[in-house]
Design a protein around this ligand. Structure first.
Ligand SMILES: NC(=O)c1ccc[n+]([C@@H]2O[C@H](COP(=O)([O-])OP(=O)(O)OC[C@H]3O[C@@H](n4cnc5c(N)ncnc54)[C@H](O)[C@@H]3O)[C@@H](O)[C@H]2O)c1
Length: 273
């Protein structure tokens, strides 16, 4: 049976995905910072669920998470790099301190970037390392939880939107390379889903007809488990539908050539084989 790592597994999408995989007979390492909820949930979910405390923005935590999972279960087949947070510093604020009577800027809080972008990159890096060491050459799948805010501007949470856009660019960029090793890398871009991410007041205000059911998001995760040909995809999940979004159309022939036919030139220039 496949082995999955799910980050942000103590709540919302990560918890729903954990239950989904366990119901299918998978083994799941549930990673989260919330030790109390994670420990309790894993105990309730049974012996195929294993909780490991990990802050995804910490390399050491993620390295230990992957190592322990591989040693415990003997392989890692599917990594859902799902943990995420909203903005912790609004970029529109005028934040300063006064030093010797002069207003000086304060370093912005970029925790969102550390969790929502560095975190998935650590997960991808570690996933590939262990996939390459899976028994009998079995390779694996990485699915990162981006957002519909990775496809459209999102003024209330610009740091979040930056990370989610970056994730879409990341999976589209690495997928053509990793597929040569039978490793697929995709992301999902859910619209608004009822979880603990958004403030309670926002949940109360959001019209029900614009809330995407968890079942759509789970179908997208499952599609990447089922279909080995799906890679480099951004699966927009809205209401009952999944849209595998194409890249932007090229505005001229040169741009098409640059991204579809010039790889050998770039690889030679960067000395990559
Ligand atoms: N809910 C939505 O509407 C929505 C829409 C699009 C994308 N997403 C994305 O879905 C993912 C999951 O969010 P959710 O909606 O289920 O939220 P949630 O708040 O219900 O769950 C997130 C979980 O991640 C954990 N977490 C937070 N920071 C962490 C860290 N540094 N290391 C490890 N775990 C951490 C939290 O403890 C929590 O258990 C996020 O990446 C989010 O950006 C959510």
């Amino acid at each position: 049976m496949p082995v999955a790592i799910v980050t942000g597994a103590a709540s919302g999408i990560g918890l729903a995905l954990t239950k989904h995989f366990l119901e299918a007979g998978w083994k799941v390492t549930m990673a989260d910072m919330n030790v109390e909820a994670g420990t309790k949930l894993a105990a309730e979910l049974g012996p195929s669920a294993f909780f490991k405390k990990a802050d995804v923005s910490s390399w050491d935590d993620q390295a230990a998470l992957f190592r322990e999972t591989f040693e415990k279960f003997g392989s890692i087949d599917y990594v859902a790099a799902n943990a995420g947070i909203d903005d912790r510093q609004l970029l529109y604020e005028d934040v300063y301190e006064t030093v010797d009577g002069v207003q000086v800027p304060v370093k912005p809080n970029l925790k969102t970037i550390e969790v929502d972008l560095n975190g998935p990159i650590y997960s991808l890096w570690l996933a590939v390392f262990y996939f390459r060491r899976n028994p009998a050459g079995k390779k694996g799948k990485v699915v990162i939880t981006a957002s519909n805010a990775g496809l459209y501007p999102f003024p209330t949470n610009p740091q979040y939107a930056s990370c989610k856009h970056a994730i879409v660019g990341l999976v589209r960029s690495v997928a053509p390379i990793f597929i040569k090793e039978n490793i697929t890398v995709n992301c999902i871009c859910p619209a608004f889903v009822e979880t603990n991410l958004a403030p309670k007041d926002l949940l109360r205000r959001m019209p029900r007809e614009h809330v995407t059911p968890m079942s759509t998001v789970l179908r997208a995760f499952q599609s990447f488990a089922d279909d080995d040909a799906l890679t480099g995809q951004a699966a927009e999940c809205s209401l009952g539908d999944i849209f595998y979004r194409p890249v932007l159309p090229y505005p001229n022939e040169s741009e098409r050539w640059m991204f579809e036919e010039s790889h050998k030139i770039w690889e030679a220039g960067y000395n990559q084989s």
